[in-house]
Structure formats: structure tokens, C-alpha cells
Write a protein that binds this ligand. Structure first.
Ligand code: GTP
Ligand code: MG
Ligand code: ZN
Length: 350
């Protein structure tokens, strides 16, 4: 139970040193949102705050609508990139055109979404830009993968209605996808009063301009929240081959009718494999599997081989081979920096 001076709420946006917390119960003058600092104690315990976190706030100054986050409640499902906590569903948004649909990129987004453990929805945006038969083609392909996808556009009256219905279910839905596919435009279509910033795609490749810079939560109705997120281009793959296979619905029951003989089957022609070759995303799956195997091999080779010149470094009380820079496993911080670099506007051809 919360202490009397404390209030419970949900983090709806993060700024550099502050966050906005939406209160469960409004304050004495009906204040819904408080601008909160993070207590240093919270910082020292290493606990980070994500958009979507449930928090306890205290030190509330109602007239200025300021407070401090005193504690973060344990998280349920977490989307790692972009970081959003306590999610219910991940809505992968991919444009049918402008930028052109890249099935590998779409698959990488679907893998990230599936890996979160939340329900996954697939939305094809900019449906006004393709003839109906081509839109239908993509919907059917997605159905074969295991997704009851929707094709939408704020420019096609009525096309947002089925999406609105799905997103109006209780919980937090996170829209994610490449930059410029129209995530913010979709949220504007669903909630016109928001007037979120959107920007035209540019360059020969019709790349997005990374217009949305921060994750923010918006209420579609009582109990249903939507998260707009910054677009990015290349989601990471899981580290384990088995985890990769689990992110393809067509490789799991009930879509996979005949279970494979071995639980750790990677569907590469192993004996007793229940997956018939020639499935639609086979080449994309093989490509992802290949990528994560070469990453694993590089890491294993680097760990077992003394670097050129046999250089050693002192680590605690033992000597270790120094790893060549390209083989060094990226630190969390390094990964984050790489991720942030990818968020910065790309060069026109990049
Ligand atoms: N023709 C057409 N253009 C659209 C549609 N939806 C969005 N756009 C345009 O696509 C461009 C990018 O839209 P945004 O909503 O900013 O895209 P975003 O996914 O939020 O991009 P980031 O914030 O950079 O991740 C804008 O010029 C929009 O007007 C659509 O359904 N049809
Ligand atoms: Mg946006
Ligand atoms: Zn198999």
C-alpha cells in the first residue's frame, strides 16, 4: 500500500532529468500530471525509469505540480528498443510505399516485437499509395506468416476504424517501425487533437527524418494507451538461434501443424523437422540465422585466440589476451551509443 504522502502513477514521458507522471487519482485541484525528478537513491540502486513504468511519487508540491519519483514498481513485459515498460501489444508499422517496403527490415521489426513477449499486431501504412490488389497481396502474405494485418491510411476514410477497435482494448500499445512510415500520422488520425509533429520523407530512398525524438504515451480512451516512438532502421536480432525461431509465428504451433521431432530444431533440414521447405520467409529466416551465427562465431573466436602479437593485459590477478577492437564484445553502453547514433538523421543516401 502507498504511504499517505505518496501517490501512484505512470511515467508517460522522459526528459533529460525529469519525467512526466500521470497520476492514478487526480490531485486536490484535479491535477493529473506531475513533473517529477528522480531521487538520487533511486539512481544509486541502478534502477532506471522507462516510459510505461508504474511509480510511487512523493514530495508533492501541488501548486507547481512538481514531485519526485520515490520508487519504481517491478516491470512486467519490456520492449527493449525503444525502451517501453509494461506493454500489452507491439504494433509494428511498416509503409507499403515511401519508403519502399523491405521484407527483411519488416521481419527484423517483427522479431523485436515477438521477442518482447507481448501480443504483436502488424499494420501496413500509406495504403493510399498502392493499388488495392497490391495491398491485398501484402495482407495475404502477412496472414500466411501468422498475422491478421491491417492496411491503413489517415487519407482513406474509415481505414482507421478497425485499428481503433484493436487499440481501444485495455493496455498499452506501442507503435514502432522505421522512420517516416507514418506512426505519428496514425496517432494524429486516431487522436486529432494531439497534432503531433510529422515530416515528409526525403531523398532518393524516401527515408524518414527521425521527426519523433522521444517515446510518449497518449490515452486513446479510459484504460487504453498508445505509445508513439522514434523510428529507427535496423532492429537487433536475438542472440540465440532457438530464440530467433521462436519469433516466427509460422514456425510455432498452431501454425506449425506437425511438431518437429527435436525441441531445439532450427528447421534447417534436420531429421524429423515439421517445417516443409519453401515457406515464404525462409530466405529471410536463413539470413537472420546466418547473421547471428557469424556474430556468435566471431565472439567465440575472439575469446579463444590471443590477439596478434600475443599482447596480454592484466585483469585482476590473471593475464588475459587482449582482444582486437572489432572482436571485443560491445558493452551495454556501447550498444546504446550505437543505437543512438542510428537515431540521428541519416545522410540522404545512407
Ligand atoms: N501518402 C501518405 N502519406 C502519409 C501517410 N501517413 C503519413 N504520411 C506522410 O509520411 C511522412 C512521415 O510521417 P510521420 O507520421 O512523421 O512518420 P513517423 O513514422 O512518425 O516518423 P518518425 O517520427 O521519424 O519515426 C509525412 O510526410 C506524412 O504526411 C499516408 O497514409 N499516406
Ligand atoms: Mg513520428
Ligand atoms: Zn524443425
Amino acid at each position: 500500500m502507498a504511504e499517505p504522502s505518496r501517490r501512484r502513477g505512470r511515467v508517460v514521458a522522459l526528459l533529460a532529468n525529469f519525467c512526466w507522471v500521470q497520476l492514478d487519482q487526480p490531485g486536490p485541484a484535479h491535477q493529473q500530471r506531475l513533473l517529477c525528478t528522480r531521487r538520487t537513491r533511486l539512481g544509486k540502486s541502478g534502477q532506471s525509469i522507462c516510459v510505461g513504468d508504474w511509480v510511487q511519487v512523493d514530495g508533492i508540491d501541488w501548486p507547481s505540480a512538481r514531485a519526485a519519483v520515490a520508487a519504481v514498481e517491478p516491470r512486467q513485459l519490456l520492449l527493449e528498443r525503444p525502451p517501453v515498460a509494461n506493454i500489452t501489444r507491439v504494433v509494428v508499422v511498416i509503409a507499403l510505399a515511401e519508403p519502399a517496403l523491405d521484407p527483411l527490415q519488416l521481419t527484423r521489426f517483427l522479431i523485436t516485437a515477438e521477442a518482447s513477449g507481448a501480443a504483436v499486431e502488424l499494420v501496413f501504412s500509406k495504403a493510399d499509395l498502392l493499388p488495392l490488389d497490391q495491398v491485398e497481396h501484402w495482407l495475404q502474405r502477412a496472414a500466411a506468416w501468422g498475422y491478421a494485418a491491417l492496411a491503413v491510411s489517415p487519407r482513406l476514410p474509415g481505414s482507421l476504424d478497425p485499428l481503433r477497435q484493436r487499440l481501444a482494448q485495455p493496455g498499452l500499445s506501442v507503435l514502432c517501425g522505421p522512420s517516416g512510415v507514418g506512426k505519428s500520422s496514425l496517432i494524429n488520425g486516431l487522436l486529432p487533437e494531439l497534432e503531433l509533429r510529422v515530416a515528409a520523407v526525403s531523398g532518393r530512398l524516401q527515408r524518414g527524418r527521425h521527426t519523433t525524438r522521444h517515446v510518449e504515451l497518449f490515452a486513446l480512451n479510459e484504460g487504453a494507451l498508445l505509445a508513439d516512438t522514434p523510428g529507427f532502421n535496423r532492429p537487433q536480432l536475438p542472440l540465440e538461434p532457438a530464440a530467433l525461431a521462436a519469433c516466427f509465428p509460422e514456425l510455432r504451433p498452431p501454425r506449425l501443424r506437425l511438431a518437429c521431432q527435436f525441441g531445439d530444431c532450427l528447421h534447417q533440414g534436420e531429421p524429423g523437422c515439421g517445417v516443409a521447405p519453401g515457406w515464404d520467409r525462409q530466405a529471410l529466416y536463413d539470413q537472420c540465422l546466418q547473421e547471428l551465427r557469424s556474430t556468435a562465431q566471431r565472439q567465440a573466436a575472439a575469446a579463444s585466440r590471443p590477439a596478434a602479437g600475443g599482447s596480454l593485459r592484466q585483469r585482476g590477478d590473471r593475464l588475459e589476451p587482449r582482444l582486437a577492437g572489432q572482436y571485443r564484445r560491445q558493452s551495454r553502453r556501447g550498444q546504446r551509443q550505437a543505437a543512438e547514433a542510428e537515431l540521428s538523421p541519416p545522410d540522404p543516401e545512407g
